[in-house]
Design a protein around this ligand. Structure first.
Ligand code: ADP
Ligand code: MG
Length: 248
């Protein structure tokens, strides 16, 4: 019998992805347990976004296996609309619908896709908005919000689908420095509550604080998977040392 903490949610084996004849992910193996926070680091262009996108059905892969709760995500008949309710994703550029208010953006998926009761979802949305300090902005339009506010709304919108796993792809990369913290704090609080997450970020001190394990990728290959303190103090590979030196 597995402990709850050892329950494997995601399993990636021998993942191979290319764009035309350029290999972008090469023999990637990674498993993610329930409640685990995995931070993916690596130089620009190494394949981090592509890896997350493969987990959300946004890229076709050319080889290997991806399983969510033991169900293959590489079969032809995968229902991605269903999987995306379990594996939520937040991107660098919010992607809120500009013609809809904050609350309309948040309600759309749960009500239209999940067919949930509007009042029940509204209550959950209010709680989530309150938690990120934006309850008073529920009737605003995205253009009336700062970047940090929009990104917190994008996170609430994803959470309101009750996903089991969250994928974050450089969600603070477009933000002014003073807004980075407010978004990272929301992710930290999710980690404390036991949310399973895969996070791509260049915020190294945040990475060290939030991660259960660090995955370092270079040129489409996983170079090392380490405990965060070990990674930052004694990176095993020269490539990781080189990467970390650039931030010092
Ligand atoms: P990262 O997120 O680590 O910066 P990406 O996963 O975005 O890297 O990209 C990995 C590589 O794949 C890069 O060389 C990038 O230029 C290339 N790439 C990404 N998306 C596409 C695409 N749609 N078509 C062609 N090449 C792409
Ligand atoms: Mg990227």
């Amino acid at each position: 019998m597995l402990n709850k903490e050892d329950e494997v949610l995601l399993e990636i084996k021998g993942l191979y992805k290319k764009f035309d004849d350029m290999t972008v992910l090469d023999d990637v193996h990674l498993s993610v347990n329930k409640g685990e926070v995995v931070v993916i680091l690596g130089p620009s262009g190494c394949g981090k976004s592509t890896l997350l996108r493969c987990l959300n059905g946004l890229e076709k892969i050319q080889g290997g296996e991806i399983k969510y709760r033991n169900k293959s995500l590489v079969d032809q008949d995968v229902n991605w609309q269903d999987i995306r309710q379990h594996i939520g994703m937040v991107f660098q550029n919010y992607e809120l619908f500009s013609h809809m208010t904050v609350i309309e953006n948040i309600l759309l998926g749960p009500v239209k896709v999940q067919k949930r009761d509007k009042h029940e979802v509204m209550e959950q949305a209010n709680q989530l908005l309150d938690r990120v300090g934006l309850l008073d902005r529920k009737d605003s339009y995205p253009r009336q919000l700062s970047g940090g506010q929009k990104q917190r709304i994008a996170i609430v919108r994803a959470l309101c689908m009750n996903p089991e796993i969250m994928l974050f792809d450089e969600v603070t990369a477009s933000l002014d420095p003073e807004m980075v913290r407010e978004v990272l704090d929301v992710i930290l609080s999710l980690a404390k509550q036991g949310m399973t997450m895969l996070i791509v970020t260049h915020e190294l001190s945040f990475a060290r604080a939030v991660a259960d394990k660090i995955v370092f990728i270079d040129k489409g290959k996983i170079c090392e998977i380490s405990d965060p303190d070990e990674f930052f103090i004694h990176p095993k590979t020269e490539r990781a040392q080189h990467f970390l030196n650039k931030f010092q």
